[in-house]
Design a protein around this ligand. Structure first.
Ligand code: GLC
Length: 546
């Protein structure tokens, strides 16, 4: 397995990145136009969320054909050009493999529906009657995880939307079909893969009701998942390519196994526990102030745990499923720039491979929508109804969506202060966030002090300093809920990273050795004054180098 410690990945949500033909949807030619911008940022890989043929009920995560490009995004020639043009600029393409489920419009599912037993065995069908669900499991998008097909007298499992049917990985034919997909894209010159909810692929032998939860404990990190991933990696020869698994409700022990090099499963894992510290009682749809102590403990657990087990973390705050971090953990009104930069440094200087989600590098914020008609996401629309059914008023339900909706991160990329933020000449499929005149890429690339320039520096520091890419990590100030602090060490190099997570001044005691250290990076002017303590200004980040 190769080493990706000095690499940085940039995630593109094609639908919202750049529209080249004025239809209001981003497309592959739009991405090609922006490759120089991405090269200048200094990133190594571009992960594209799905652009395959799809009815788009879940924005492409409902794939109807893994080896064709959805005409909404362009053509296969456009994809080939994107791969070539990326390569010229040192940018490797990573594609999103949605292998836990297919769209119900996929040919396999259509054949299954038509009665073909071979294809029914590609999915998880259970005989039954319409009055009795096979289990009480819940879909991740709300409602039951089973759908009845009257013509077959069978139920099928869908852990996500009803149009996303779970594949049966216990069937070797399914595994072989999916390997062919990898070969197809590998031959096209793709450099890596992201595997969607890949720790959910192995379902239990017996399906039973869950009296404690929604069923996830039976299929998350399921019985044969490690075996299947080893087989997939081995048989497709992707050991040395960059691969990242999205791990839903996973455990540290499993992530060590998914990502430790000797296991030859994946090069790294996305885990999400640190993004649930503002879920009340673990429920995404109940709001709570972020629990900073819990956040710190989770970073410590996952950073040091993965280090001890030789596992590897993907480092991230943002993606197309998460609200914008500056709105969530920062202060977008009073300390927008400071908090965006502190949050960036706090994870980019950790042990792992950082991911930047489009627009994060310019400090894009949540959408601040005020009407349900502005939302497009299937999960948000489902939960809006569920929240109303639970007795919330429209205003209350909208307040929850404004904080939690996945559309917060899916608004069009803010390229400039021009109409539609320079994203499209047509009407964008999802409304642009209204602050694009102040927050946009054009303004920031021209400004050496911008959030963009700060990200660019973080990317280049990872390539210059072994202590950042290869160093060990140890946490400091563990009892102080306001400051996330850690020490990185590599041979005789050392880095101390202090992040003030709050909008107030905080003083931390300094070790005497630090007096001789110099400030490598910070989001405020001037050196760090180190006496007995260091006073950190609101959302200040400081990296001190030995
Ligand atoms: C992952 C994707 C998300 C999608 C889901 C189902 O969590 O990131 O966008 O809805 O899988 O494929």
């Amino acid at each position: 397995m190769a080493d990706f410690s000095s690499k940085v990945v940039y995630q593109i949500y094609p639908k919202s990145f750049m529209d080249s033909n004025g239809d209001g949807l981003g497309d592959l030619r739009g991405i090609i136009r922006k490759l120089d911008y991405l090269r200048d940022l200094g990133v190594d890989y571009l992960w594209l969320t799905p652009v395959f043929v799809s009815p788009q009920n879940d924005n492409g995560y409902d794939v109807a054909d893994y080896c064709s490009i959805d005409p909404r995004f362009g053509t296969m020639e456009d994809m080939e050009e994107l791969i070539r043009e990326g390569e010229k600029r040192g940018l490797g393409l990573m594609l999103d493999m949605v292998f836990n489920h297919t769209s119900t419009e996929h040919e396999w599912f259509q054949k299954a529906l038509a009665g073909d037993e071979k294809y029914q065995n590609y999915y998880i069908f259970k005989e039954g009657t319409p009055d009795k669900l096979p289990t009480n499991w819940q879909s991740k998008f709300g409602g039951p995880a089973w759908e009845y097909v009257p013509s077959l007298g069978k139920w099928y499992l869908h852990l996500f939307d009803v149009t996303q049917a779970d594949l049966n990985w216990d069937n070797p034919e399914v595994r072989d079909e999916l390997k062919k997909v990898i070969f197809f894209w590998k031959d096209k010159g793709v450099k890596g893969f992201r595997f969607d909810v890949v720790n959910l692929i192995s379902k239990p032998a017996v399906f039973e009701d869950d009296y404690e939860g929604d069923g996830r404990r039976f299929y998350s990190d399921g019985p044969h998942v490690h075996e299947y991933l080893k087989e997939l990696t081995r048989d497709t020869g992707i050991e040395d390519m960059i691969t990242v698994g999205e791990m839903s409700s996973t455990t540290l022990d499993n992530c060590i196994r998914y990502s430790a090099p000797q296991e030859k499963e994946m090069s790294m894992c996305f885990s999400f526990h640190h993004l649930k510290v503002d879920y009340k009682d673990g429920d995404k749809w109940r709001l709570m102030e972020p629990d900073r102590m819990a956040l710190k403990k989770l970073f410590e657990k996952w950073q040091t745990g993965m280090q001890e087990g030789h596992g590897w973390n993907a480092l991230f705050w943002c993606n197309h499923d998460q609200p914008r971090v500056v709105s969530r953990l920062g202060d977008e009104s009073k300390y927008w720039k400071e908090s965006a930069e502190m949050l960036a440094a706090s994870i980019h200087l950790m042990r792992g491979t950082p991911y930047i989600y489009q627009g994060e590098e310019i400090g894009m914020t949540n959408a601040h929508y005020t009407s349900i008609s502005q939302y497009r996401d299937v999960e948000s629309l489902n939960y809006y109804k569920i929240l109303l059914d639970q007795g919330k008023t429209e205003e209350e339900a909208l307040a929850v969506l404004a904080a939690r909706s996945r559309d917060n991160s899916r608004t069009p990329m803010q390229w400039s202060g021009e109409e539609n933020a320079g994203f499209s000449e047509g009407r964008p499929w999802l409304e642009v966030t209204s602050n694009y005149k102040e927050i946009n890429a054009q303004a920031q690339t021209e400004d050496g002090e911008s959030v963009y320039s700060f990200y660019k520096r973080l990317v280049s520091l990872r390539k210059e300093k072994n202590v950042i890419s290869k160093g060990s990590i140890e946490f400091l100030e563990k009892e102080n809920e306001d400051v996330l602090a850690y020490r990185r060490a590599y041979e005789d190099e050392e880095l101390i990273v202090l992040n003030n997570l709050t909008g107030k001044e905080v003083t931390v005691p300094a070790e005497s050795a630090w007096a001789g250290y110099h400030k490598l990076l910070g989001n405020y002017d001037g050196g760090a004054e180190i006496k007995e303590g260091i006073t950190l200004r609101p959302f200040e980040t400081i990296a001190l180098e030995k």
